[in-house]
Write a protein that binds this ligand. Structure first.
Ligand code: G6P
Length: 369
């Protein structure tokens, strides 16, 4: 097993560090810079079927659900189709209309999650077109779906998903560009800008990993907290949810993610001196609103750890700790912020002495409903 970990103490840490490669692999051969387009020959939809899509439903569980939430924002930004995101185990109770005008995107790292698989089966029966996004060739969800986009991450052993999450985000972005170009809601110029940001991801992910030591030292400082809150807005809201999930999964510390605008509707009551709040505050149109939220949090004497873009000097005056990510477009920045949060969760769990790769009560793939 030591050999399989390639010198890392845990599979999770190894998999976090594999992200420059997994991101390169998921994008490889899928970006056409000359035409500003994405090549996904695995999607068998005709142009007529693409024109006919009236709604998109993303179905997923756990970490994949968070990738789906981010995917919804991007799909809606780049196409004209309304998108909803459904938890696998809840989709079957939805009375919304699913028919041949519905595109279902099933996100599942393992391709075996029973609740997601059941939703896929049901949707196919109702005439929907299903695209699976998975890391596992020949898995149940891949077999039941009309098209499958593989994430090409290689095996992920740690129960807490890391590299598969960032690759799911990358696939959601590719798919959004693919559909946006074919529905004429995204022009080649804007697509090229996004594709160039995506292409730089392996390098930018490495820049985040290069800060591992600093992130480990911040994790140590806060590792005795018994509550962590994570906040973000828009695309950074799912990043906050995923950051909290990662931390609670492997460190057993109670952590919750919130849309920053919701703080005033409840979570502010949890804030007392020193409660750590992680605020994802990278450059985006919601930046100023996040700054107001940070001020509200600091007014309650809580500690703020901000994830901010390189070059944002002003934020250092407002918060306790700043962790920087490269200054990239707002659409791809969640991938980089998520890597910070994976490292943070990992190092907190190291400090609390938890069995990182196999957290109690959790399984890598959940095949019961
Ligand atoms: C389990 C795993 C999670 C994963 C979830 C969904 O709970 O522990 O890491 O996110 O299942 O798995 P899937 O394979 O469908 O992405």
């Amino acid at each position: 097993e030591a050999a399989e970990k390639s010198g890392y103490e845990h599979f999770m840490l190894k998999e976090i560090h594999e992200q420059p490669k997994s991101l390169k692999d998921v994008l490889s051969g899928r970006i056409n810079e000359l035409t500003g387009d994405v090549e996904l020959p695995e999607i068998k939809l005709t142009q007529e079927q693409i024109n006919d899509i009236r709604r998109i439903v993303i179905v997923a569980c756990g970490t994949s659900y968070h990738a789906g939430l981010a995917g919804k924002y991007v799909l809606e930004m780049l196409t004209d189709v309304p998108v909803s995101v459904e938890i696998g185990s809840e989709f079957r109770y939805s009375s919304s209309r699913t028919d041949h005008h519905t595109l279902i995107i099933a996100l599942s790292q393992s391709g075996e999650t029973a609740d997601t698989a059941a939703s896929v089966k049901d949707a196919v029966k109702k005439g929907a077109y299903v695209i699976a996004v998975t890391n596992t060739v020949g898995s149940t969800i891949a077999r039941e779906s009309q098209s499958t986009i593989y994430m090409r991450c290689g095996p992920e052993i740690g129960v807490a998903a890391t590299k598969t999450f960032t690759s799911q985000l990358a696939v959601m972005y590719l798919l959004s560009i693919y559909l946006g170009r074919r529905r004429n809601t995204l022009n080649a110029y804007n697509a090229m800008k996004l594709l160039s940001d995506l292409k730089n991801l392996p390098r930018d992910a490495q820049a985040v990993l290069d800060q591992s030591e600093a992130i480990a030292s911040y994790a140590k400082i806060f590792s005795r907290a018994n509550l962590f809150l994570f906040v973000g807005r828009h695309l950074n809201y799912p990043v906050a949810l995923e950051g909290a999930l990662k931390l609670k999964e492997i460190s057993y510390i109670f952590s919750e993610g919130f849309a920053a605008g919701e703080l005033k509707h409840g979570p502010l009551a949890l804030l007392t001196t020193g409660v750590p709040v992680i605020a994802i505050t990278t450059k985006s149109p919601t930046y100023e609103k996040m700054i107001s939220n940070i001020k509200e949090i600091k007014a309650r004497d809580a500690s703020v750890i901000a994830i901010a873009s390189e070059g944002d000097e002003a934020i250092s005056q407002l918060v306790d700790v700043v962790i920087r990510v490269p200054d990239v477009g707002e659409i791809v920045s969640p991938i980089l912020s998520s890597i910070v949060l994976q490292l943070f969760a990992y190092h907190v769990a190291v400090c609390t002495g938890c069995p990182i790769d196999k957290p109690r009560n959790l399984a890598k793939s959940v095949t019961v409903e």
